[in-house]
Write a protein that binds this ligand. Structure first.
Ligand code: 1BO
Length: 272
């Protein structure tokens, strides 16, 4: 499986996103994904499925060290002592001794970023997370975080797909050696009906979703599509046997704008 690099972390280029997957469905799809060859699973404290992700991991029979597991600390636990406790609780639910990557899930201006990052760095220094990073950070927040964090930040996980231009955030990540991990990489399913992507896919005998995921990994982005369907799991990982031309890459990149964002909340930062 291809991978992307972020300040020492080697992150598999395709992972399984688990946002909104719950209970037995979540455990089953994690197990199936790992059996199919996925080696990257993404969860979060707020998803309320860390226990099931751990269940799926164990049921798969895949060795723990072969799987890259990410979880995220929710914003209400950004005070330093809370953050450490929250990380330990996530590990207890996952039944792991460390995660591969621990992220701040969203920025939280109520707590000084330097304090939160200091606590995140200590979690890494204690061996509870192999790497640390952020999610939903803007360019300004990336600059602030890199300057304030005593440990390198491996990635910024953000919404990214052909309809959303993330060029500025990508440049900021590249400037600091951070990987970009894309959530909602097929635009919450909207890509499946995209005629332009389907037309490109016809040339390679690939679906619109596969073209979209390939476009992401060819930019050295790691994508974490979510699905609860076995056939989609197979489709989403079947992108390593073809290569989009430069012209295809340019055509897909031209679809993006700032208006393409699908995930926004009242607590979100002022986006770039
Ligand atoms: C509230 C969760 C957003 C994606 O991780």
């Amino acid at each position: 499986m291809n991978s992307v690099e972020g300040n020492g972390a080697t992150i598999p280029a395709i992972g399984l996103g688990t946002w909104e997957l719950r209970g037995r469905t979540c455990a089953r799809i994690v197990e199936q994904a790992l059996r199919l060859g996925y080696r990257h699973i993404d969860t979060a404290q707020i998803y309320d499925n860390e226990r099931e992700v751990g269940d799926g991991l164990r049921a798969s029979g895949v060795k723990r060290d072969d799987v890259f597991v990410t979880t995220k600390v929710w914003t209400s636990h950004f005070a330093p002592n809370d953050l450490e406790r929250s990380a330990k609780e996530s590990l207890a639910r996952l039944r792991l001794t460390e995660v591969d990557l621990l992220l701040l899930h969203w920025p939280n201006p109520q707590v000084p970023l330097s304090e939160t990052l200091g606590a995140l760095a200590r979690v890494r220094q204690q061996g509870l997370a192999r790497y640390i990073g952020v999610s939903n950070f803007t360019v300004a927040l990336i600059e602030e975080a890199v300057a304030a964090c005593p440990e390198p930040l491996a990635c910024n996980q953000v919404e990214y797909h052909p309809y959303l231009d993330q060029a500025r955030v990508m440049q900021a990540c590249a400037r600091h050696g951070m990987a970009l991990v894309a959530y909602s990489p097929i635009a919450r399913g909207r890509i499946k009906g995209d005629r332009a992507l389907a037309r490109i896919g016809d040339r390679y005998r690939k679906t619109a979703a596969q073209v979209c995921l390939r476009w992401l990994v060819q930019q050295d982005v790691s994508a974490i599509p979510r699905t609860s369907k076995l056939e989609r799991l197979q489709e989403n990982i079947g992108i390593f046997d073809f290569e989009l031309s430069d012209e295809d890459m340019r055509e897909i990149s031209a679809m993006g704008s700032a208006r393409g964002r699908l995930t926004d909340f009242g607590f979100a930062p002022k986006w770039d």
